[in-house]
Write a protein of this length. Structure first.
Length: 132
């Protein structure tokens, strides 16, 4: 498996762990403001999207445009779409974008189902949060 695929797997795991952390904390009450997990997830997702693009560009022998770099920082899925459409035929770019984002959506849904099950089994929220 090539490095960019491992980066994608890492992105899926990273998003799933972030959702599990949210599921562990939210049953104790919604946060009143932006949380540390939100910040870590935001920076991590942007970094992993950009890293995936860098590795893909290196593998394809191309470079990321300034528009892609800027868009990835502002809104990672838009940056990914721009990158894919700049480096591939429109049909392959569309399929790649659907597959990439579909994998993230599937990982998120499966993680949320796992979170619900963990809450029903009494694993979440952790006991140290229950007293608040």
């Amino acid at each position: 498996m090539v490095k960019r695929n491992w980066i994608y797997v890492g992105l899926l795991v990273f998003v799933s762990v972030g959702l599990l952390i949210d599921a562990a904390i939210w049953p104790a009450g919604p946060p009143s403001s932006f949380t540390a997990n939100d910040l870590v997830q935001m920076i991590g997702i942007i970094t992993l999207f950009a890293w995936w693009q860098i590795e893909d560009a290196e593998k394809r022998g191309s470079r990321r445009s300034s528009a892609v770099k800027f868009a990835t920082i502002l809104l990672a899925p838009v940056g990914l779409a721009i990158y894919l459409y700049q480096t591939r035929r429109w049909t392959r770019a569309t399929l790649g974008l659907i597959a990439f984002m579909g994998g993230l959506l599937l990982a998120g849904i499966l993680t949320l189902l796992l979170s619900d099950w963990l809450i029903q089994q009494g694993f979440f929220p952790p006991s140290f949060l229950s007293r608040y």
